[in-house]
Ligand binder design. Structure first.
Ligand code: NAP
Length: 500
C-alpha cells in the first residue's frame, strides 16, 4: 500500500522539476498559516523566480517526445494509480486542505472524492482518444481525423479548490500526451505539494509533470510569456484571466480561462419553498461562499418574497461558523486577510445598498479572534444594479432581489457581466425550460443549488466567466489536443476531379 512520503510531511515546500523535489533558490518565501487559527503555521513556501519556471518548462519540453509516444492507455493507468493512492490517503489530505484553505473537513472530503472521480474518468478517456472517419466526395478516397497533443502546457490555478481544479487540468493534459508545468496558488502550496506527491508516486516519468510555487505576477507571468508553452489553462479571477488572455494571444497560444461568477437563484411562486430555501442557504454559505459557483443573488417574485426571505433568514441564523476541523462546523473562515478585508468592505457597501437582515460583521471573541470569520450575511431589497448584486464578493454574503414576475426574473438573472451558473426553483415545466433557454450562463440547475458538477460532464461559464473550451468531460480532451485531418486516396492514379 502506498504511504505518505517524507516530502508531504516536511515543513518546507520544494518545487517539483524533472522528477526531483528541489528547494527554490530565490531566497524569498511566503508564510502560510491556518486561516481559522493564525497561530498555526504550516510553513514557508517559496516565491520562485522566472528562471525556475524556465527550468521547469525546459524539463517539460525534454520529456514531451517520449510521453507523446507512450500509448495513451498506458498514460491513463498512471492516473488510476494516483486515484488509488488519493483514496487511501483521503483523510490525511482532507485535514491538510482544511488546515490550509479553511473549508470544513466534510467539504474537503467532498473535493477529494470529486478529484478521485476525475482521475478515474480521465484514465478511461485514455482509451477513447478517438477521431472521425469520413466518406469522401471521390471514389476510393476517405478522410479521418486524429488527436495529437499540443506539447508543453502551462496550468495556473486558484486556492479555493486546490485539489480538484488542478487535477481536472493535469489529468486530461497528461492523458492526451502533453507535458505540464503547473503554477499553483501561493495560498495553498502545501496542498499542491501533496497532490504532486501523489501523482509522482503513481509513477509519472521525470519531467512529465512539473510544479513551481510562486507569485502570479512573476512565476505565473513567466509561464504565460514563455514561448515553449503552447497552451494555457487558467482558473481564477476575471481580472487576471483577461490579462493572461491578452498576453497569450500575442503568441497565438491556445487559452482556456475559467473565471468568476455572480450566480443567481430564481424562485417562482409555484416552487417548493422549503427545498428552495435550504438549497439556497447551502449554495450561498457552503465553502464560506468561496466557490466560483456560489449562490450570491436570490431573485424572488414579490408574491412570495416576504415568506421566502423569512425562511432564508431562519436558516442563515442557524449556521454554525468556526474552524472547519471541528465537527459540526458549517461555515469556515475566509482564506486569508486580503479576502477577509474584501468581504468586510462589501458588508459596508451592502449596508448602504440594501436592508441588512442578519450578519454584516466579523465574528469576535474566543477562537474567532484568531481567524478570519464573518457572520453569514443576508441583505434584502437589493437593486439589481447595486454593487453587491453585480460584483463577485467571494464570501458568506447573499443578496435578495425582488422582481414582479418571471420575465423580469430572467432579465435580472442575465443582466450582469458574469455567466457561470444559475438555478431555478419552480414546478412549472414550461417556465423551467424557458428559463433554461434564455438565461445567459454556462450551467443551469433545476430545483437544486448553483454549486456542483460531475467528473464526466463539461464545466464552465460564458461572458466574463469563461473563455475557450469547457473543462472536464469530453470538452477537456478537445482543449488538450489538436485535430489533424488526413485525406487518403487509394485509387493509385492521378486525380482528375478538383476538390476545393
Ligand atoms: P486570482 O487572484 O486570479 O489567481 C489565480 C491564479 O492566477 C493564482 O495562481 C495566481 O497566483 C495567478 N496569477 C495572479 N496574477 C497573475 C498574473 N499576472 N499572471 C499569471 N498568473 C497570475 O484568483 P484567486 O483569488 O486565486 O481565486 C479566486 C477566483 O477564482 C474567483 O474569481 C473565483 O470565482 C475563480 N474561480 C473560478 C472557477 C471556475 O471554474 N470558473 C473555479 C474556481 C475559482 P497568486 O496565487 O500568486 O496570486
Amino acid at each position: 500500500m502506498a504511504t505518505v512520503t517524507q516530502v508531504s510531511k516536511a515543513a518546507t515546500c520544494p518545487n517539483y522539476v524533472n522528477g526531483q523535489w528541489v528547494e527554490s533558490r530565490s531566497g524569498r518565501t511566503l508564510e502560510r498559516r491556518n486561516p481559522a487559527n493564525r497561530d498555526d503555521l504550516l510553513g514557508p513556501a517559496p516565491l520562485s523566480s522566472r528562471e525556475e519556471i524556465r527550468e521547469a518548462v525546459e524539463a517539460a519540453r525534454r520529456a514531451f517526445p517520449a510521453w507523446r509516444d507512450t500509448p495513451a492507455p498506458v498514460r491513463g493507468k498512471q492516473l488510476l494509480r494516483a486515484a488509488q493512492i488519493m483514496a487511501e490517503e483521503k483523510d490525511e489530505l482532507a485535514r491538510l486542505l482544511t488546515r490550509e484553505e479553511g473549508k470544513t473537513v466534510g467539504e474537503s472530503l467532498g473535493e477529494i472524492l470529486r478529484t478521485i472521480n476525475i482521475l478515474e474518468y480521465t484514465a478511461g478517456e485514455a482509451r477513447r482518444l478517438t477521431g472521425e472517419t469520413l466518406p469522401s466526395e471521390l471514389p476510393k478516397n476517405f478522410a479521418y481525423t486524429i488527436r495529437q497533443p499540443l506539447g508543453v502546457v502551462g496550468l495556473i490555478t486558484p486556492w479555493n479548490f486546490p485539489i480538484a481544479v488542478p487535477v481536472w487540468k493535469i489529468a486530461p493534459a497528461l492523458v492526451c500526451g502533453n507535458t505540464v508545468v503547473w503554477k499553483p496558488s501561493e495560498l495553498t502550496p502545501f496542498t499542491s505539494r501533496y497532490v504532486v506527491d501523489i501523482l509522482a508516486r503513481a509513477g509519472l516519468p521525470a519531467g512529465v509533470l512539473n510544479m513551481v510555487n510562486g507569485a502570479g505576477e512573476e512565476a505565473g507571468d513567466e509561464l504565460v510569456e514563455h514561448p515553449a508553452v503552447r497552451a494555457l489553462s487558467f482558473t481564477g479571477s476575471c481580472e487576471v484571466g483577461s490579462l493572461i488572455y491578452a498576453k497569450a494571444a500575442r503568441q497565438m497560444k491556445k487559452v482556456q480561462c475559467e473565471m468568476g461568477g455572480k450566480n443567481p437563484v430564481v424562485v417562482l411562486e409555484d416552487a417548493d419553498l422549503e427545498l428552495a430555501a435550504t438549497s439556497t442557504v447551502m449554495g450561498a454559505f457552503g465553502s464560506t461562499g468561496q466557490r466560483c459557483t456560489a449562490t450570491s443573488r436570490i431573485i424572488v417574485t414579490e408574491a412570495i418574497a416576504d415568506k421566502f426571505v423569512q425562511m432564508l433568514l431562519e436558516r442563515t441564523r442557524q449556521l454554525k461558523v468556526g474552524n472547519g476541523a471541528e465537527p459540526g462546523t458549517q461555515v469556515g473562515p475566509s482564506v486569508d486577510e486580503a479576502q477577509f478585508n474584501k468581504v468586510q468592505e462589501y458588508l459596508e457597501i451592502g449596508k448602504r445598498e440594501g436592508k441588512l437582515l442578519c450578519g454584516g460583521e466579523r465574528l469576535r471573541g474566543g477562537a474567532y479572534d484568531k481567524g478570519y470569520f464573518t457572520a453569514p450575511t443576508l441583505f434584502d431589497h437589493v437593486r439589481p444594479d447595486a454593487r453587491i448584486a453585480q460584483e463577485e464578493i467571494f464570501g458568506p454574503v447573499l443578496s435578495v432581489i425582488r422582481v414582479k414576475d418571471f420575465d423580469e426574473a430572467v432579465r435580472v438573472a442575465s443582466n450582469i457581466r458574469y455567466g457561470l451558473a444559475a438555478s431555478i426553483f419552480s414546478t412549472d415545466a414550461n417556465r423551467i425550460f424557458q428559463f433554461t433557454d434564455r438565461v445567459e450562463c454556462g450551467i443551469v440547475h433545476i430545483n437544486s443549488p448553483t454549486v456542483g458538477g460531475e467528473a464526466h460532464v463539461p464545466f464552465g461559464g460564458t461572458k466574463a466567466s469563461g473563455l475557450g473550451e469547457r473543462e472536464t468531460g469530453s470538452t477537456a480532451i478537445d482543449f488538450y489536443t489538436e485535430l489533424k485531418i488526413v485525406y487518403v486516396d487509394y485509387t493509385g492514379r492521378k486525380r482528375e476531379t478538383n476538390i476545393y
